[in-house]
Each structure stands twice: as structure tokens, then as C-alpha cells.
Unconditional design. Structure first.
Length: 113
């Protein structure tokens, strides 16, 4: 299974961006999925998760600003990020909640102050 994250870029503080995750070789609708991020010099952390039935959960640092969703017909998981802060700068990765797939390259989101 290969995970492909896309949609990152440079955004000003207070702005928004949506990142997407697709997979080849697997159907994401059968898995509880999550978005993770890794800032320079930091460990990778889970920021949002979504169950097979669509129940979502968020890290305290992003709750109320980020929204995870999934489109099973497109085999895609999304992360809508609003009210971005410089501390949200990181490479964003998707994976199953149990991190069972190999990590893809992620997509870099840079938030300028």
C-alpha cells in the first residue's frame, strides 16, 4: 500500500488549507484513518482521526480549527485546516490509526507569521 498526501503549501497565519490522502493498493474505507504531523526536531504526533463510521477525534492543539473527513467513493481522506498558526508548520502524513501502512512522503504545510 502506498499512501500519497498532497495539498500542502505556504499559507499565512490565520489562513486555511486542505490536504488530501489517497492510497494505492488498498481501500481506505475499511480502515480507521488518521492524520499525523511532524515538525522539525519533533516527534510525529496524531492530530486527527476518523473511524470507519465517521466518528472523529482531535488533538487538543487543533480541536475547533481542523476537520478530518473521508470520501469513500474517492478513496480519499481529507484534513481541512483553518485558523492556521505558525506552530502548525509541519509535514503532514496520513495513515491508519494503528499506523499499519508504510509512511508516505507527506505534504509540507508552512504557516508564516
Amino acid at each position: 500500500v502506498q499512501l500519497q498526501a498532497s495539498g500542502g503549501g505556504l499559507v499565512q497565519a490565520g489562513g486555511s488549507v486542505r490536504v488530501s490522502c489517497t492510497a494505492s493498493g488498498s481501500t481506505l474505507s475499511r480502515a480507521a484513518m488518521a492524520w499525523f504531523r511532524q515538525a522539525p526536531g519533533e516527534q510525529r504526533e496524531l492530530v486527527a482521526r476518523i473511524s470507519i463510521t465517521g466518528v472523529t477525534g482531535y488533538a487538543n492543539s487543533v480541536r475547533g480549527r481542523f476537520t478530518i473527513s473521508r470520501d469513500n467513493a474517492k478513496n480519499t481522506v481529507y484534513l481541512q485546516m483553518n485558523s492556521l498558526k505558525p506552530e502548525d508548520t509541519a509535514v503532514y502524513y496520513c495513515n491508519t490509526q494503528s499506523r499499519s501502512f508504510s509512511w508516505g512522503q507527506g505534504t509540507l504545510v508552512t504557516v508564516s507569521s
